[in-house]
Design a protein around this ligand. Structure first.
Ligand code: IPM
Ligand code: MG
Length: 368
């Protein structure tokens, strides 16, 4: 059948391309404590993005006031990553915008809309791939319930790496999932290093290796190999289905500390975890690579809030948590701590009849 031959040819190209990707994986890390100037790219995004980003930028300007004046920190506005511009150019991240982004060290990014259907890839997925942001770190903490979780989600491979490039034959569709040794080793290393450096004693590896035997099987095997270098950290394995149940099981959930997972499971379970914390508006997200890093809210651009005239209730908590993670990443621990304390002590809830996003942001600025 001609379609099968064409699909095989396409598959061969994909495999060759993936082998080239692995061959180019970079592993030189930037040392931010030694860097004279750190450039933070500011990307507003779509929908509620510009609103919550305005609050986050004010917070950054307040916390980094002296460094911005001295020139050791530069806040650089990146234009062009709006849904209108992306659709007009037919590029998920327009090339000149990407070139601008690559002049920065780290990015603070508002949510970007992904068109449903069609061919255009999510800007997030493009950026994670183009900047090789392989570690998606998502903390969830609920002190009164003794919950303190850190999710280490592999962020460039799995179901995402070829997500928009599956094949269709008459009456059938096929997508691909890719797991590599190097890609798994580096995310596992990042999770165990985090555990070691933050007094965590347990890393839980979550896959569906009973079904996805090749890819998740590899993920588990390599994660266990990496674990051998961390004898003080206990390792356990879970399948993703029972793990989603565990997070709502009050008898055991507070025992989880660091959770290490492939891309798609990490995507799904971190929304669940964020909801347990109080909603996806409350969780921050860091996309970390060796050269670049991007910090963002865990939620999307919330077009429904805008349509319903409720944009004032867009919660800036998530992007502000991401801002604190950004500050830690660039070795501005004092500024990060000031923001974390302000966030922890803020008792306002952003919701109708309670507080607006602007009121919440004012309270945080006041507490800094
Ligand atoms: C996330 C989002 C993205 C993902 C979307 C916007 C592509 O859900 O960051 O969790 O699936 O990774
Ligand atoms: Mg998600």
């Amino acid at each position: 059948m001609k379609e099968v031959t064409l699909a095989c040819e396409a598959f061969q190209k994909l495999l060759e391309e993936q082998l080239r990707r692995i061959a180019n994986m970079n592993s030189e890390k930037v040392d931010f404590s030694a860097k004279e100037t750190v450039t933070i790219g500011i990307i507003d995004g779509d929908g509620i993005g510009p609103m919550i980003m305005a609050h986050a930028v004010k917070v950054l300007e307040t916390l980094l006031d002296r460094e911005i004046s001295a020139g050791s920190i530069v806040l650089k506005r990146i234009e062009g990553l709006t849904i209108e511009n992306r659709l007009a150019l037919g590029q998920s991240v327009p090339s000149d915008t990407l070139a601008q982004i690559k002049t920065c060290d780290v990015l603070l990014k508002g949510p970007t809309t992904t068109p449903m259907g069609g061919k255009m890839e999510s800007a997030n997925v493009t950026l994670r791939r183009e900047l090789d942001l392989y570690a998606n770190c998502r903390p969830v903490s609920i002190p009164e319930k003794n919950i303190d979780w850190m999710f280490y989600r592999e962020n460039t491979e799995g179901e995402y790496v070829l997500g928009s490039r599956g094949v269709e034959l008459p009456g059938m569709a096929v997508d691909f999932k890719v797991t590599t040794d190097l890609g798994t080793r580096r995310i596992a290393r990042a999770a165990f290093e985090y555990a070691k450096n933050n007094g965590k004693t347990r890393v839980s590896i979550v896959t569906k290796a009973n079904i996805m035997k090749k890819t998740d099987g590899k993920f588990t095997t390599i994660a266990h190999e990496v674990a051998k270098d961390y004898p003080d950290v206990t390792v356990d394995d879970w399948y993703i289905d029972i793990m989603t149940a565990n997070l709502v099981n009050e008898a055991i959930r507070d025992q989880f500390q660091v959770v290490l997972l492939p891309n798609l499971y990490g995507d799904i379970i971190t929304d669940e975890a964020a909801q347990i914390q109080g909603g996806v508006g409350t969780a921050g997200s860091a996309n970390i690579g060796d050269r670049y890093a991007m910090f963002e809210a865990i939620h999307g651009s919330a077009p429904r809030l805008i349509e319903e005239g409720l944009a004032a209730y867009a919660n800036p908590a998530s992007i502000l948590k991401a801002t604190a993670m950004l500050l830690r990443h660039i070795c501005r621990a004092d500024a990060a701590e000031r923001l974390e304390k302000a966030l922890d002590s803020c008792k306002l809830t952003v919701d109708i009849g309670k507080a607006t996003g602007a009121e919440y942001a004012e309270a945080i600025l006041g507490a800094l």
